[in-house]
Design a binder for this molecule. Structure first.
Ligand SMILES: Cc1cc2nc3c(=O)[nH]c(=O)nc-3n(C[C@H](O)[C@H](O)[C@H](O)COP(=O)(O)O)c2cc1C
Length: 174
């Protein structure tokens, strides 16, 4: 059993996938972890759109044109309904995207835990994605991810993370 630190280290963005389908029970297991994410006021404003159909994946590839993205055996679009989400009364800040991002993070870590690769995709053109997924008004896509078995070298790559002291402030912004 991996520790959380080991899992956080093991998860990395996967940009090459085997064509082998992801078994439905494993996909559901990953989504079960996503739905257990915390959300502001427990509003759970997320929806997960799973796309397995190759023709639809190819269409999504027009919104983010990397072959490794659409050719993965499945794509999950993490959507949110801001109208369902909590809004902070002091300044009107809607937390839907925060909640969606937490769910997505659970998803990517849960996938890594069972040997599935994912990659956050934020750099897509949202309008075609809305059309391809038939999203109604009031629904937004926070991120998408391909999901499948990694095809690239699983050997650990050096981490390019800022050392903690560069991100850690104590008591107040200096
Ligand atoms: C909000 C967000 C959006 C991202 N969008 C993309 C993207 O559009 N395409 C891509 O290849 N990677 C994308 N990434 C992945 C990052 O590039 C990656 O997480 C980062 O370089 C660290 O690498 P690692 O995930 O392997 O640890 C995104 C990550 C996040 C958190």
């Amino acid at each position: 059993m991996k520790t959380f630190l080991e899992l956080a280290e093991a998860r990395r963005s996967v940009r090459a996938y085997k064509p082998d389908p992801v078994p439905e029970d494993l996909l559901l297991q990953v989504l079960e972890c996503a739905r257990r994410a915390p959300s502001a006021c427990n509003r759970q404003p997320w929806r997960f759109v799973v796309v397995r159909d190759e023709a639809r994946r190819r269409l999504l590839g027009t919104a983010y044109s990397r072959d490794w993205f659409w050719s993965a055996p499945a794509i999950v679009a993490v959507c949110v309904v801001p109208g369902d989400a909590w809004t902070r009364p002091h300044d009107g800040k809607n937390y839907a995207w925060v909640d969606g991002a937490i769910a997505m993070d659970h998803l990517t870590l849960a996938a890594a835990d069972i040997g599935l690769g994912t990659c956050w995709i934020g750099a897509f053109d949202p309008e075609p994605v809305r059309r391809i997924l038939n999203l109604p008004d009031g629904v937004e896509v926070v991120a998408m991810t391909p999901i499948g078995y990694p095809a690239d070298d699983p050997a650990p790559r050096p981490r390019t993370r800022r050392p903690l002291p560069e991100s850690l402030l104590r008591e107040q912004w200096p």
